[in-house]
Design a protein around this ligand. Structure first.
Ligand code: GDP
Length: 138
């Protein structure tokens, strides 16, 4: 069973959307193999988004990820990585398809409510960045 890494970002947690987003995740047949609510520090957010270090939006992005608690999850499903990206929708909510989480909940390109790994190697890095082996329940 494939695993992917997901975040409910501060903008969505702040607007009390955790329950609505989890409902969609479960309805789409994902198993939540692990989940926790944490407040990221700037160095942790910078390490997580290190691939975007040279991007002009790096500072804004990392700061916004620390503005309130986030929900971190390991999701499991056949083809979980692609399936979760599909459920999230396009990065920019203005371009996201009907029925996607970003279309429904995101407020802007930066405050786009959810994160998901974009490839198998990324999923391995992102899961291990936040979860130890013993926290992922088979
Ligand atoms: P994702 O994989 O769909 O999350 O998109 P990316 O990996 O390209 O970007 C990571 C995150 O950076 C996005 O989810 C947005 O929150 C943020 N982001 C992307 N592009 C921009 C931008 O042009 N400006 C700002 N402020 N944030 C951006």
């Amino acid at each position: 069973m494939e695993q992917t890494f997901a975040i409910i970002k501060p903008d969505a947690v702040e607007r009390n959307l955790i329950g609505k987003i989890l409902e969609r995740i479960e309805a789409e047949g994902f198993r939540i193999a692990s989940m926790k609510r944490v407040l990221l520090t700037l160095p942790i957010a910078e390490g997580f988004y290190h691939v975007h270090k040279e991007r002009p939006f790096f500072k804004d992005l990392t700061k916004s990820m620390c503005e309130g608690p986030v929900i971190l999850m390991v999701l499991e499903k056949e083809g979980a990585i692609k399936a979760w990206r599909k459920l999230m929708g396009a990065t920019n909510p203005a371009e996201a398809d009907e029925g996607t989480l970003r279309k429904e909940f995101a407020v802007s390109l930066e405050k786009n409510s959810v994160h998901g790994s974009d490839a198998p190697e990324t999923a391995v890095f992102e899961i291990s960045y936040f979860f130890s082996q013993t926290e992922i329940i088979p």
